[in-house]
Design a protein around this ligand. Structure first.
Ligand SMILES: [Cu+2]
Length: 195
């Protein structure tokens, strides 16, 4: 078995909870895990998590993303609480940090960048806009507004990394040619300052 040589050992990022309930039995952080969390707030007062539509992405909702890089793959897990109950949300990793408006996050992060994409016409070609070349984290909430998703993609962040995770209005991400990757308005954003 190969030693998973990371830069640090142990569960550096875990355990600020303070409570006694160990609510995520499988969240054993290994070296190379990075966790990013934020509480949705209006852009004027947001820290690392923004809401652009408090009716659908309520102020106070929490987003937690965990990024685990392996030798040739990357796993991103997203956990959300405080969203609307029993609803799908389309979610992806985007290239730019969150900003004053949803547009600030820019297009989807792609491993192989669609040469036909432009700022006005984002990639909608399923050859590039697909969940192996992008990071799709569509989730569905339970009756309490909590939901999670996980994406494992066959690439690592060698030259470039995504800078945010954007929650969209559509309940799932489109996959058909000409609309692949589209998911409607941007409701919320979490900064993902991957080093
Ligand atoms: Cu998106």
């Amino acid at each position: 078995m190969l030693a998973a040589a990371g830069c640090s050992s142990g569960n550096s990022g875990q355990g600020e909870g303070g409570g006694s309930a160990s609510d995520s039995p499988s969240a054993t952080a290994s070296a190379g895990d990075n966790t990013y969390r934020g509480t949705l707030a209006p852009p004027e007062s947001a820290g690392d998590a923004y809401t652009y539509d408090p009716a659908l992405a309520p102020v106070g909702a929490q987003l937690v993303a965990t990024v685990t890089e392996a030798a040739s793959s990357t796993t991103v897990k997203l956990e959300a609480t405080g969203l609307l109950p029993d609803r799908g949300y389309a979610v992806h990793a985007h290239v730019n940090p969150c900003g004053a408006t949803g547009d600030a996050a820019g297009p989807h992060f792609q491993n192989r960048i669609d040469p036909a994409a432009t700022p006005q016409q984002p990639s909608s070609d399923p050859t590039y806009a697909n969940p192996q070349n992008e990071i799709w984290l569509d989730l569905r909430t339970n009756g309490q507004g909590a939901g999670s998703s996980i994406a494992e993609v066959p690439f690592t962040f060698t030259d470039r990394a995504p800078a945010s995770i954007v929650v969209h209005e559509a309940m799932s991400t489109a996959t058909a040619a000409g609309e692949a990757g589209s998911a409607g308005d941007r409701l919320a954003c979490l900064n993902l300052p991957i080093q």
